[in-house]
Design a binder for this molecule. Structure first.
Ligand code: ATR
Length: 230
């Protein structure tokens, strides 16, 4: 008997650190799906062609990581409501007619991990988000829905933080900031959404930002603890 093996992949640059192939292989084992899940390194200018090649070769769907989440949003023929607002997606899949659909599960996953797995409360807490790229835009709506007291977005390029604060202003109490302007402020939960960890770097954060009993969370991961976690 021929067993049909579904092909999926994660695309990003860099990609070697991704645990998606192992994670999805574990899910497939639990659900009894015959699946092959590759990690594909995509050159920066080649995202669209790489997705088209994967689809043409029979691939069923992809998860997308740094720095292609906004390009994936652009690429999709149809987006969920949540994905539309996020402006960035981490999931693409194709139907039989070749249409490409997009979803963003980053924010819901982040909120669930914080609240269910780590028993970290977001409601009524002072929240600081570092970074203003696609990863942060993708998680803002679900984070604000969890009703923090207020939320500051700090970014190296402040204009990008300002643009996000404006875009999501209807969803919660939100303010943009430079890293320097954080001096003297403190927070209950600090989420790193910059890609600095992937370069072994840390945004220039002033001392004393974290309240006693507060939480830090790095949205980027590596095989060892990231600079942000240390
Ligand atoms: P992603 O899809 O992961 O968000 P991105 O859109 O390229 O990727 O955004 C990367 C984010 O990490 C940005 O907020 C970037 O800051 P700038 O907007 O100023 O570029 C931030 N970032 C990357 N390297 C950084 C570093 N070394 N220090 C501080 N911030 C950094």
């Amino acid at each position: 008997m021929n067993i049909k093996i579904d092909r999926y992949a994660v695309m990003g640059n860099p990609i070697a650190h991704s645990k998606s192939p192992q994670i999805h292989a574990a899910f497939a084992e639990q659900t009894g799906q015959a699946l092959k899940y590759d990690a594909i390194l995509v050159e920066l200018q080649d995202f669209e062609q790489a997705v088209q090649r994967f689809q043409a070769s029979g691939g069923k769907g992809l998860n997308i990581t740094v720095p292609f989440k906004e390009a994936a949003w652009e690429f999709a023929d149809q987006r969920s409501e949540r994905a539309e607002l996020a402006g960035a997606v981490n999931t693409l899949w194709f139907d039989e007619q070749g249409r490409c659909y997009a979803e963003n599960t980053d924010g819901v996953g982040l909120v669930r991990d914080l609240t269910n797995n780590h028993a970290c409360k977001i409601v009524e807490k002072r929240l600081l988000i570092l970074g203003a790229g696609g990863a942060v835009r993708g998680v803002l709506e679900p984070l604000l829905k969890a009703a923090p007291l207020n939320c500051v977005i700090a970014n190296r390029t402040v204009s990008k933080a300002e643009a996000l604060a404006e875009l999501f202003s209807g969803h919660g109490k939100l303010k943009a900031s430079s890293y320097e302007a954080l001096i003297g402020q403190s927070f209950d939960l600090i989420i790193n959404g910059t890609s600095a960890s992937l370069q072994g770097k840390l945004p220039p954060l002033p001392e004393g930002l974290l309240n006693k009993g507060g939480w830090c969370y790095d949205m980027m991961y590596a095989n060892t603890a990231t600079t942000f976690m240390l």
